[in-house]
Design a protein around this ligand. Structure first.
Ligand code: ZN
Length: 234
């Protein structure tokens, strides 16, 4: 059966740690679309206070005009009819509704390019970003260079008064000198990180100990035959 081809939208996510070049890549894709005479709109979260309200600024100092919005509903209201390409900066600062908006836009033949962090400073998945990565057509994971060892960096190191931030430090600290840098998996540090998350070997041991404990509890129960466990590798 012949398939009737209709115009196709897409959802592309540009992700990675800070300083990985996500904004530069977003600007490159958006400029490319403009050269192709596409109708383009670029949005950024008004939560991002790094620069002026109508400008995206890369860490290298490149500027690009963008519309600052407070949430995904405002972004949807400001979308112009006939838009071909939508660029979104600092995706992780939006509300979760932005995921469905991106999917609906891609279904309506819009090419969506969205840049955002995939992990928080603890190295944990950033809110709805895992869901967004799952429903995307394309995922570009970019890497920075580790500030300490020079290898590929996939994590963002948060420093407070020059020391690695603690797991439970609040997101906003009044009066403290905060900074961020790119680090690799090996050099990334989080003080007071829960032990089972800090050391994968430790995590396996902890899980193994728990399984052994529960096995002991069950095998003491005369209603369960120990042979039931013979196929399991504890
Ligand atoms: Zn490193």
């Amino acid at each position: 059966m012949a398939v009737r081809l209709r115009p196709l939208g897409s959802l592309t996510i540009i992700t990675g740690s800070m300083f990985a070049g996500k904004t530069e890549e977003l600007i490159r894709l958006v400029r490319r679309a403009m050269h192709a005479r596409k109708k383009v709109q670029v949005f950024k979260s008004a939560v991002d206070v790094r620069c002026d309200t109508t400008v995206i600024r890369t860490h290298d100092g490149w500027d690009f005009n963008a519309i600052a919005v407070t949430d995904s509903a405002e972004m949807e209201r400001l979308l112009e009819s006939g838009v071909d390409v939508v660029g979104i900066e600092e995706m992780q600062f939006f509300d979760e509704g932005v995921v469905n908006l991106c999917v609906r836009l891609a279904d309506k033949v819009v090419a969506v390019y969205a840049a955002g962090l995939d992990q928080d400073f603890r190295g944990q998945p950033f809110s709805f970003m895992p869901r967004l990565l799952s429903v995307a057509d394309n995922v570009m994971k970019l890497h920075a260079i580790c500030k300490l060892c020079g290898r590929d960096a996939s994590r963002t190191q948060r420093l407070i008064d020059g020391r690695p931030a603690a797991w439970d430090d609040p997101t906003i600290l009044v009066g403290a000198a905060e900074s961020y840098e790119a680090r690799c998996r090996n050099c990334h540090e989080v003080r007071n990180m829960p032990k089972h998350l800090r050391d994968p070997e430790n995590a396996r041991n902890t899980a193994g100990a728990k399984r052994r404990k529960s096995r002991a509890a069950v095998t003491e129960d005369p209603g369960v035959h120990p042979d039931l466990f013979q196929d399991f590798n504890f």
